[in-house]
Design a protein around this ligand. Sequence first.
Ligand code: HEM
Length: 364
Amino acid sequence: MTRRVPTYGGYLRLDRILDAQDPPDFANLAPGAPLDAAVRRRLHHDEMLFIVVHQAFELWFKLVLHEVARARDLLGMRMVPSMKVVPERDIPEIVAALHRVNEILRVATDQFRIVETMAPTSFLAFREAITPASGFQSVQFRELEILAGAEESRRAVADGAFAALLTPDEARRLETRLVEPTLRAVLFDWLARTPVDKAFPDFAEAFARAYERYADDQAEAVKANPFANDAERKEALEKVAAMKAQARAFLFKEDREARLASRAFVFITSYRHEPLLRWPSALLDALVEFEQGFRGFRFRHARMVERMIGARPGTGGSSGVAYLDKTAERRIFGDLLDARNFLLDPARLPPIPEPYVFRFRFDS
Ligand code: HEM
């Protein structure tokens, strides 16, 4: 018997992938009839582009989900149970997974340029035939939002109209996503476990004072600014005064876990130049970049949509660009961005009492 060997097309299941660009014409289907019974309408020339680009995005979403799930697992689910710590060697692995995700988002977002090679009038030639289908119904996109930790998306999938569209397999996948830990949740648990107070007793108070000195210097600079008028100066001074209160509120949150996580974030980011904090700070940077990439995808999609259909409503029933611009404002790791308000020039940082703890060599 000849041994079956892998072939290029067989390994990649190209027979299945490349046979999936021909849409059935749902208008010809009797209610309840199997999809195979649909009469195929002729593809509009540009509809091939429209379908392939969406399919390519769904493949990228699949890989992104795979990588984000790995980052989440390593950060939150494969800890040494007795110690409740993430094995140190896993941090670079998590960063690598997130870097891959960020590159995919960057390259995939660029693919909206390919959609823009289609004339808006060509899209209108087949838009009615595909209504009410919409990217809004992308289950993988919702899975990704939920896995990352976006609260709004949980509400979106709970909506009856959305749930009614799901196949049993999609419903099961979403149910699993809704109960499993999110990347955001495991990140904040990890941050809350970071032993900042052990390394730097009273770090929060020392940092808050350094920040207040900085805010006072900022106030002096505002007063001395010859280019600001009185109203601008007043507004800037109020803002600087508020910054002081906001920094204290951030570092001294009432909720214990949230307080520890905020402190760890400021600590790791501020002392990122210490060798042992390099990987943790690279992890935080990768998450901030993920947030940017995800929002960048949404913003870029909205601009492409504006160019394609103007301000008309979407095929999925939303207000269109207005809806998309609103969702592009959503943040998953917004706290990490808020905390950027409170970072300082390294020269202003309170010195770590025993900095050698964070160095690779103890004798330097
Ligand atoms: C001519 C091209 C496109 C147009 C005119 C368009 C239009 C729209 C509109 C108007 C919405 C809002 C929901 C609705 O009412 O339908 C939407 C949502 C969405 N579209 Fe597109 N889209 C296009 C291409 C794409 C492509 C190539 C992707 C890639 C996967 C995509 C992914 C999405 C996603 C994920 C949503 C949900 C966004 C959210 O809820 O924040 N779209 N699209």
